[in-house]
Design a protein around this ligand. Sequence first.
Ligand code: SER
Length: 315
Amino acid sequence: MQKSILILGACGQIGTELTMELRAKHGSETVIASDIREASENLMESGPFELLDATNYEAIEDVVMHYEIDEVYLMAAMLSATAEKFPMRAWNLNMNSLFNVLNLAKEKKISKIFWPSSIAVFGLNTPKENTPQHAIMEPSTVYGISKQSGERWCEYYFKKFDVDVRSVRYPGLISWKTMPGGGTTDYAVEIYHKALETGEYNCFLSEDTKLPMMYMDDAIRATIKLMESPSENLKIRSSYNLGSMSFTPAEVANSIQARMPNFKMAYEPDFRQQIADSWPSSIDDSAAKTDWGWEPRFDLNATTKEMLENLGKLP
Ligand code: SER
């Protein structure tokens, strides 16, 4: 029997598209989607789905045994803005879910893990431009602290227990298929929805806040490429810097105005500004390029084109 893949957090912004892509690649029946809540009709109808709490070890173990799961993608997490409101819940979800999959691999019940980290692992003392793979990391958010701790544990399990865990530090992710939830980079998705719905957007970050961003197709391609790379090529088992483009809210507004000249942008920074100010502006991802051939495809204008054209076609 062909070994299967389990996705924890399949209903989220990344999980949804990752599930569909992995099903297209490996066949629907071998990719098991799971989440704590039911998925969209589209996802539920496309293959097996299990209601699963990523913090419950026994429940995950049951599903792993039942479907003979070989690889786990752990996409369940509480993002930066929500985590500031619920610190202990964020810590418990982000860390316990990770320990569950790491321990399943340590027990040889699964053989490969993907776990996402984030640009949030960096902090105010990190060089902001072209942030190196190895830099001072003093995350100042609950989310960033959980991701940095997670990175340390991943590397530890790799070195101590030979656990094949792979990870990237995602930048802000932009897609038209699924909304992000509770992040600081969410403005870069909301702005396209609002541009089409009302022709204006009130941004919760200041106009010159430059952050690393990526179009979802690139993020999914990176994830699958990393997972398919020969283990011996991967020199980094904490998490790889992953870059594509960097822009400010004003620059996204300009790229929208090039297609929708009447689009209006206003700025009203809230508590998320402080989070954004602690993160890098751009990322040096040369290690990912060298070790597993990472190459991004979408820049800001290509992203704006995809977003406006695809969202414009939705009912
Ligand atoms: N996009 C995430 C957030 O804003 C960062 O990883 O929380």
